[in-house]
Design a binder for this molecule. Structure first.
Ligand SMILES: Cc1cc2nc3c(=O)[nH]c(=O)nc-3n(C[C@H](O)[C@H](O)[C@H](O)COP(=O)(O)O)c2cc1C
Length: 367
């Protein structure tokens, strides 16, 4: 069949994924407040999607300071780690693999979810006018303006790196198959590498090397805490997300990918900007990315099965992550294999709430 290549196995560090269809990281804002512990429902949700070659969890805080949205989970307390272990065990029991996406939201945060109600940290005190979300009494997400940020002190930067290390160790304890550092979408690491939001004059601002430093320091620290075969990274070259510009043109994107490549990470995950109104990557850029990175490349962003087959067959990428379709179609990989149409998406229930639009989408044998 035309999509057979998506069902070939693929390497992820020392591990093997059973197919090339990945569940993209998807924030769903259904964790317990204020402990940020994932629920039993989250366990059902992820287990339902274990037919994918790899599940990348929703973005997950490395500390209480890393939190920007009400209802996003963490992986830095014992209760959170224990809850994630149940999720991981259930996914493994169904033959799936799962890594946790580690984030610090930086300026995409509201002070009411910050420790002591402080303003969130960022590289500088630049307010990009972004929105985040809090929660109403029905657990529904409500959009609010983010609180203007303050510049992180050098001690706070050290602490952020230490928090990624701690979260990586919690992920190991929970039995995850690896961690994905969230370096994309205008969150803290990205805020440091973009001149728009980084006006620092210390080692973490100014030159290209300095602006990339926090992302690379975090990656190095996670690799030290576990190993390169269990650390991946997500970046979003050429895309504006959360009002934070891409910051890097094609050449600088390739430079960044080369720096990441030197670390020997298990994968590079590209969040392509098409779905958010950005310009699609051209084949030349894809070839240059391929040439700059030796290990597995995962790509996401507006992929159809046809585009997934095209870009994997061309060798530009090794696996493709599906986002919104994986929310709506729990057995997405199985349906691709059998050419069964996907379920309709219900964006109103993407963020916040309970079972509706979370664990109640139908499987193909029920449809
Ligand atoms: C509801 C929703 C939540 C998302 N949450 C995250 C997230 O936590 N981390 C992340 O890196 N990307 C996140 N994304 C981006 C997705 O991972 C993916 O890149 C995007 O949906 C484009 O893929 P698609 O066209 O297949 O949906 C989110 C997207 C959506 C729609």
């Amino acid at each position: 069949m035309a999509h057979d290549n998506l069902f070939e196995s693929v390497k992820m560090g020392t591990q093997t994924l059973k197919n090339r269809i990945v569940m993209a990281p998807l924030t769903r804002l259904r964790a317990v407040e204020p402990s940020d512990v994932p629920t039993a429902l989250a366990s059902e949700y992820y287990s339902q999607r274990a037919g994918s070659g790899l599940i990348i969890t929703e973005a997950t805080q490395v500390s209480f300071q890393a939190k920007g949205y009400a209802g996003a989970p963490g992986i830095h307390t014992q209760d959170q780690t224990t809850a994630w272990k149940t999720i991981v065990d259930n996914v493994h029991a169904k033959g799936g693999k799962i890594v946790v996406q580690l984030w610090h939201t930086g300026l995409v945060a509201h002070k009411s979810v910050q420790p002591d109600g402080q303003a969130p940290i960022s590289a500088s005190d630049i307010d990009v006018g972004v929105r985040t979300s809090l929660r109403d009494s029905d657990n529904q997400a409500i959009r609010v303006a983010a609180t203007p940020p303050r510049p992180a002190t050098l001690d706070e930067i050290k602490q952020v790196i230490a928090d990624f290390v701690h979260a990586t160790k919690c992920a190991q304890e929970a039995g995850f198959d690896g961690v994905e550092v969230h370096g994309a979408h205008g969150y803290l690491l990205h805020q440091f590498w973009v001149e728009q939001t980084n006006q620092r004059d210390d080692n973490y601002g100014g030159s290209r090397d300095n602006r990339a430093r926090l992302t690379l320091d975090v990656i190095d620290a996670c690799v030290d805490a576990w190993d390169a075969d269990h650390v991946g990274v997500r970046i979003s070259p050429l895309g504006t997300f959360n009002n934070v510009e891409a910051g890097y043109d094609e050449d600088e994107s390739i430079w960044m990918i080369e720096q990441i490549n030197k670390r020997g990470l298990m994968y590079l995950h590209l969040s392509e900007p098409d779905w958010a109104g950005g310009t699609p990557y051209n084949d030349e850029f894809r070839k240059n990315i391929r040439a700059a990175f030796d290990n597995t490349i995962i790509a996401a962003g507006g992929y159809t099965v046809e585009k997934a087959v095209k870009n994997t067959s061309a060798g530009f990428v090794d696996a493709v992550a599906f986002g919104r379709d994986y929310i709506a179609t729990p057995d997405l990989a199985e349906r691709i294999r059998e050419d069964v149409p996907f379920n309709e998406q219900h964006p109103d229930s993407f963020y916040g709430g309970g079972t509706e639009g979370y664990t109640d989408y139908q499987f193909m044998n029920q449809a």
